[in-house]
Design a protein around this ligand. Structure first.
Ligand SMILES: Cc1cc2nc3c(=O)[nH]c(=O)nc-3n(C[C@H](O)[C@H](O)[C@H](O)COP(=O)(O)OP(=O)(O)OC[C@H]3O[C@@H](n4cnc5c(N)ncnc54)[C@H](O)[C@@H]3O)c2cc1C
Length: 415
């Protein structure tokens, strides 16, 4: 057993937090890994493929999950919030509140409960583009591989149909929130990001024009297990797309929205253009950008995409998106900087490349945590608070993994 002083609380079970937990536990530290969602993996779990290799997210996540499952030093709390932290470096006390999942470890994920459940809810894993029953498995590869009941949607014991359907007696509708108190020496924040609220960008029509979606939604539209079975169908009528436009810096590098660059959106749109071309080989794609930011080895990815005759890269800021009410087709109006003209393109669908906003929980829990003007957290080893991944600033997965490893080292050596 490691001493409490040497134990580490990692808040956030995305790729960076999982990495920190694994690296610290594999050299013998006791780690408490706390995730607010009912599953580990964070935003990466919701992707269709990773750039630059274009492999499915399970390539990397599955190995990490196995390392977590096999390591008794990692105590995983999913569906759990950290409600308070007090004390100081070397002696932090934290309260963990595990929300009632209402499904016990006896669940085998057989799925017999789902058809029995009479109630539906919006599927947040698919960004609201699908519905699930009130009792649901967040997604096929979820860890833990256990169903969960959405308390807000479930009528509770007065219904009880899922309880009757479950032959493993794994459903407990009377389950209550469970409180756990822990003591640790260090706290790592790996709470990641959420997409910028695209509704706030008035001229780009998200939330008003049905066929305007965001880049995170596009990941789910392209996923085989996503709401459209991997066919990129436009939301208004389910038509297979023949043309699509990507709007870069949607709200980013803009003082009225996010003043910073999220660093991954150019690569994400180039990647998503490949989804379109694979799913619908005849479809054309156009990316409107201010600057294409594909640093280092990502330049090769750009070069490969540039060879695609059906992908057009247009340097210019999009001024407006309008809709033909009869066809729901969209017209993108943009300045073509290199051509020196205003262009209008009619397309089936538009993807807004919105940026990443930090999940700002660190300061709520430890008031002395330092953040920059945009809410990204700075590590402060003097107070035993370390940050990793997008909590510290926008970055891709491989950098998040590096930061996760660095956070484990910092948590272990700065005593
Ligand atoms: C559209 C798009 C596509 C992308 N595609 C790629 C790609 O192909 N390749 C690539 O390298 N990068 C890509 N990225 C970047 C990638 O998503 C990030 O690098 C990655 O998600 C960072 O992981 P993280 O663990 O830091 O954060 P997250 O993935 O956000 O994980 C943070 C975790 O913390 C949890 N959490 C938050 N608050 C709390 C709390 N209070 N208590 C407990 N848990 C909490 C969250 O639920 C989440 O599980 C893409 C980004 C976007 C926007």
């Amino acid at each position: 057993m490691t001493s409490k002083k040497e134990s580490i609380l990692v808040i956030g079970g995305g790729i960076s937090g999982m990495t920190t937990a694994i690296e610290a536990a594999e050299v013998g530290r006791e780690v408490f890994l706390v995730e607010t969602d009912p599953y580990l993996g964070g935003r990466v779990a919701r992707m269709n493929k990773y750039f630059p290799k274009l492999c499915p997210p399970w390539c990397g996540l599955e190995i990490n999950l196995r390392r977590i499952r096999q390591n008794p030093k990692i105590h995983v709390f999913t569906y759990t919030d950290v409600t308070s932290i007090d004390g100081e470096v070397g002696g932090y006390r934290a309260t963990l509140m595990e929300r009632p999942r209402m499904v016990t470890e006896a669940c085998t994920s057989c799925g017999d409960c789902t058809p029995a459940c009479p109630v539906e809810r919006d599927d947040d894993f698919n960004y609201g583009m699908a519905r699930t029953k009130a009792i649901y498995l967040p997604f096929m590869m979820a860890h833990p591989q256990r169903y969960v009941i959405d308390e807000a949607a479930c009528p509770g014991e007065e219904c009880g149909k899922c309880v009757e359907a479950c032959k493993y007696e794994a459903i407990d509708l009377a389950m209550k929130t469970r409180e756990t108190k822990i003591e640790v020496g260090k706290v790592v924040f790996a709470t990641g990001w959420q997409p910028y609220e695209a509704e706030k960008i008035d001229n780009l029509g998200f939330g008003k024009l049905e066929n305007v979606v965001t880049n995170v939604m596009m990941e789910r539209l392209a996923a085989r297990e996503g709401p459209t079975g991997g066919k990129i169908l436009r939301p208004s009528d389910g038509k297979e797309i023949t043309s699509i436009a990507f709007v870069q810096c949607a709200g980013s590098r803009d003082e009225n929205h996010l003043p910073y660059c999220s660093t991954v959106c150019c690569m994400a749109s180039l990647k998503q253009a490949t989804y379109v071309r694979e799913a619908h080989p005849e479809a054309s794609a156009e990316i409107f950008y201010i600057d294409l930011r594909t640093p280092g080895r990502h330049e090769d990815f750009l070069k490969a995409r540039e060879k695609d005759e059906k992908l057009t890269l247009t340097k210019g800021k999009v001024a407006e998106i309008t809709e033909d009410p009869s066809t729901k087709n969209l017209t993108v109006v943009a300045e073509d900087v290199q051509g020196g003209s205003l262009v209008r393109r009619e397309v089936d669908m538009v993807v807004l490349a919105t940026g990443m906003v930090p999940n700002g929980v660190a300061r709520e829990l430890i008031s002395t945590v330092e953040t920059d003007d945009n809410g990204f957290v700075a590590s402060d080893e003097k107070i035993g608070v370390i940050a990793a991944g997008v909590t510290t600033g926008p970055m891709d997965v491989s950098t998040s993994v590096q930061q996760g490893t660095a956070a484990a080292l910092k948590a272990m050596i700065s005593e």
